[in-house]
Design a protein around this ligand. Sequence first.
Ligand SMILES: Cc1ncc(COP(=O)(O)O)c(C=O)c1O
Length: 437
Amino acid sequence: MSTVEAKTPQSETVRKHKEFLFPAVATYYQEPVALVRGEGMHVWDDQDNKYLDCFGGVLTVSVGHANPKVTAAVVKQIQTLQHTSTLYANKPQSDLAEKLYQITPGPLKKSFFTNSGTEADDTAVHAAKLATGRHEIVVLRHSYSGRSATSLSAMGHSTWRPLPAQVPGFVHARAPYCYRCPFKLTYPECGLACANDIEELISTTTTGEIAAFMAEPILGVGGFIVPPPGYFERAVEIARKHGGLFIADEVQTAWGRTGDKWFGIEHWDVQPDIITSAKGLGNGVPLGITVATEEVANKYPGLTFSTFGGNPVSMAAALAVIKFIEDEDLKTNAREVGNYLRQGLDALKEKYPVIGDVRGMGLMQGLELVKDRETKEPAPQAVNMLLEETKRRRVLIGKGGLYANVVRTGLMLNSTKDHVDELISAMDASFTAMNAA
Ligand SMILES: Cc1ncc(COP(=O)(O)O)c(C=O)c1O
């Protein structure tokens, strides 16, 4: 075996992945990582390398890999009752629905459980259409909603869209993307032009009356785009004027991720009619939730069913995750450790001109990389290089953005400042190595 091969032995798992999975199931890194084990903030690959996981499988491992409390709840439930389907009531499902009523803002009371964020968003879209009797939905450019025909049609990204929109009725509003303002304006002098434009969007591209406005509080896959203060207040006001409900897609932003609040949208003064979520609620156990007001839920006629929706094992995991976040006060931790992370990222921006923007809330922080701070030309290659360099330093981070030039970090909610120090120092050394290359 040559020296190079000895240093980077071929992973049998990666070889089979390449041979037997759809090529579209893309992986990060030139030489993909095959993970075999996780514990707390760390994961190990099949070459026995240990990494600090700062992405959590896209903000999904929220309270640590193999969290003992969540694992115990899952094991207990799987040994007791593994499956019911929605045709039978089960205690973890009823308890989680009650808990969601208690922690979601305002009068959101009724839950429908599914398997993924995609299904959660689909359910919300259907519920809004059924509740209003209308079919047009305002969504955002740069948004991501999932893989079904409905959610593919809703999303605002060519990157993830293998087919043209299959479901009519979605109209795409300008994103509240201040770093690349679609109107070339600056907040607050802009007067929230992006929100105001929704008025013209509705009157020019719809019947004038809509079913809903659906938006992520922070555009996640879009590159952690944080709307400015006042954005949602204005956008939702316009949507309601035209008969629309407000759906907050909290697939990435919920469960304390943004600091202090359970849901990202609580940082704005608006009340959603429907909240969807998935990812971090199960800490890796698959589930999706759609929580609506009674008024909306009661207008979902006839029968509906989900084989795995409300699965007692997923429900037990979710209850354990929520309890862990409460017991450990992780919403506060997300704010405190998130602020510390932000300081570290801001300091990197001072040092490296390739960093055009630092943005996010709580433990949802990203960097937009550019070739030139004046022209803001996206630098996707720099993001790829940063991923390779940080991987060499045994730290995993994510990427995103329409131009693939945004670095995304999603440290677990129970991360500490020591983990942040490790991440920042790996990024610092990586940027330095990139400059030297
Ligand atoms: C905001 C948002 N909505 C919906 C989805 C779809 O979720 P899933 O991949 O679980 O179907 C995602 C996935 O990344 C997401 O980020």
